[in-house]
Design a protein around this ligand. Structure first.
Ligand SMILES: [Zn+2]
Ligand SMILES: [Zn+2]
Length: 603
């Protein structure tokens, strides 16, 4: 899309669904920034009120009441814009409604009606706009949803309609581009946005709907839409949470299913009976508002979206596309990398690592075989087996050693142990979480400030039950099956956390005692930005102990460092930054406040 779009000041913008929520926020913001705006929705009275408000603030706007489900009404809307302002520069297909309930229980007529609005409304809008845009150029902006990348239960038909919008938008873009038409076609994919969406939705659940976290303000979406009106943009997701969901859905579909089954049924329900069953599916509701009534914390901006829309973000589509263009980003990353990052697959003599999405597992070769350290995410057993086979043929390991039992370190354990029938070793204080005795204490999503932290309440923490197959690490600090290695008790992140150390060449497998990326931040994790950091904060339950553990490890002066999260690194520079982390731990790693900062859990 190598052409320029006009400045908003010189644009005529048509917005559907403009009497509430995202559409209203977009129309108001566009008018405030000097665009002439045509607002449309089915709610004439409310449209008039919004237009009056815009005019009172000095903006230029008109309205035209129309139902996007009616193709002729969309043609009339385009004519109205032309008659009033003599041009159409940007057309925003925003109108949409929600429909909550199990897909087996939602009536067919409602499903079809929803598609008439959410999907056919977009088609009708594009069909009306293209004839006017093809000569003078401009932008079509279709509002999709993160549920158009990854379906969400209880919003099944809605998710399907947004998948359809994505498919249609992608095809339209290619066709217009191939014809050389100067029309930018954008798909904007909001995450949960605090609009009256839940109140406008028809609801077949037994409670009032609530947004899955995190929830963004409508202005965050409006700002992104208007960015697309000025700069040709293929697609953009609002909110790292939505991006994360889409990425996880693509990379680990079964894990995502499981996570959603465990969380999204409850997360989408308020603790209240339904009070808007009908919603706005068949016709507009009375008075409208821009904002919704979520009980969740609302984020005004999305750091992720700003990064993705920035110049750097546009140059690094891999950030947005996640693993799809891993080759591209690896090349960029190598060029940007500071010294001392070692290839994960060959960390130190006889030590190989594998990154499973966001967590590392390690294999250590010894004289007669090999041993696995940690067991990655749920659903990754096949990947770990294939990788190990590449190194050791089809020989199973002699044992699996665990640094601790958090879900991202034991996910594939059950499957691997069944397959290989090998003993598992962990510190005795981790055994309750490996024998089904009790769950880990809850995470603290408030610490660390990043999206991975805020998401942490969704992470599983139920204990797994290995029964007698899990054994205590011996009290003499030797590591079973690994002569030359010692285990070091490094509590704090969890009470029974251990790291593994080989004094001969000062190789350290650190587990989560510290990280070489900022594990609380989605962007840092997605790009594996190298940076010495404390343990993943949301799960850390004793900060004094965590500091003492980092000091203990820094005192070993490791030359090769293999962490649970982030790059494997080596050399004096990294040894020194670990030293610095140890010295300044309370200042740089310990959160200012938080559940376990004031009330540590002691093992
Ligand atoms: Zn952990
Ligand atoms: Zn971890």
């Amino acid at each position: 899309m190598g052409f320029k779009l006009k400045n908003l000041r010189n644009q005529v913008i048509v917005v559907t669904g403009a009497s509430s929520g995202i559409g209203r926020a977009t129309a108001e913001m566009a008018a405030q920034r000097g665009a002439r705006v045509v607002l449309s929705s089915r709610n004439e009275a409310e449209l008039r009120r919004v237009v009056d408000g815009i005019r009172e603030r000095g903006g230029v706007a008109v309205h035209y009441a129309a139902d996007v489900a009616d193709p002729d009404a969309m043609v009339q809307l385009a004519r109205r814009a032309m008659a009033e302002f003599g041009a159409i520069d940007t057309w925003v297909n925003n109108a949409g409604v929600g429909l909550y309930g199990r897909t087996t229980e939602v009536p067919l007529a409602d499903k079809r009606r929803m598609f008439d609005i959410n999907f056919w409304g977009v088609v009708h809008g594009c069909r009306a706009a293209v004839p006017y845009l093809r000569e003078r150029g401009g932008a079509i902006i279709n509002i999709g949803s993160v549920t158009g990348d990854r379906a969400v239960p209880l919003l099944g038909i809605y998710s399907a309609s947004k998948h359809a919008v994505r498919g249609y938008t992608d095809a339209l873009r290619m066709e217009l581009e191939e014809q050389g038409l100067p029309i930018s076609v954008s798909l904007v994919k909001p995450s949960s946005t605090n609009t009256p969406f839940t109140e406008h939705a028809r609801n077949y659940m037994d409670s009032e709907p609530e947004y899955g976290p995190p929830v963004y303000a409508p202005e965050a979406v409006a700002r992104t839409i208007l960015d697309c009106a000025e700069r040709p943009t293929r697609d953009v997701t609002i909110g790292g949470g939505g991006k994360m969901m889409a990425m996880m859905g693509a990379v680990a579909p079964r894990l995502t299913d499981t996570l959603m089954e465990r969380t999204m049924f409850e997360a989408q329900k308020k603790d209240a009976p339904p009070y808007h069953h009908e919603g706005a599916l068949d016709g507009p509701q009375g008075s409208e508002r821009r904002d919704g009534s979520t009980e969740r914390f609302v984020m005004k901006r999305s750091a992720y979206t700003r990064a993705a829309m920035s110049d750097v973000g546009r140059l690094l589509p891999a950030i947005a596309l996640g693993t799809a263009t891993v080759i591209g980003i690896n090349a960029v990353r190598r060029a940007l990398e500071p010294d001392g990052i070692v290839p994960l697959d060959s960390v130190a003599p006889g030590v190989a690592g594998l990154r499973v999405m966001m967590v590392n597992v390690y294999a250590i070769r010894h004289e007669t075989g090999w041993t696995l350290v940690d067991a990655g995410l749920y659903g990754s057993a096949g990947r770990i087996r294939r990788w190990a086979a590449g190194h050791f043929g089809n020989t199973p390991p002699d044992a699996i050693i665990l640094t601790h039992a958090h879900f991202d370190h034991v996910g594939a354990l059950d499957e691997l142990v069944n397959e290989w029938n090998v003993p598992v070793y962990a510190h005795f204080e981790e055994l309750p979480y490996l024998t089904g005795e009790r769950p880990y204490p809850p995470p603290d999503p408030s610490v660390g400030g990043g999206l991975m932290a805020r998401m942490s309440r969704l992470y599983p923490r139920r204990p797994i039950d290995l029964g007698p197959r899990v054994q205590e690490l011996p009290p003499d600090f030797n590591v079973p099956t690994l002569p030359g290695w010692q285990w070091v008790h490094t509590p704090g992140h969890t009470a029974g956390h251990v790291s593994l150390f080989r004094p001969a060449d000062q190789t350290l497998i650190a587990g989560d005692a510290f990280c070489t990326t900022r594990q609380e931040s989605f962007l840092a994790v997605a790009t594996q930005r190298p940076e010495m950091n404390g343990p993943p904060a949301y799960f850390t339950t004793d900060w004094d102990a965590a500091r003492d553990s980092v000091r203990r490890l820094a005192g070993l002066s490791p030359q090769f460092i293999a962490p649970g999260h982030g790059h494997a690194v080596s050399g004096n520079e990294w040894r020194d930054s670990l030293r610095e982390l140890a010295d300044r731990f309370d200042e740089v790693a310990r959160p200012r406040e938080g559940r376990y900062v004031e009330n540590p859990l002691r093992g």
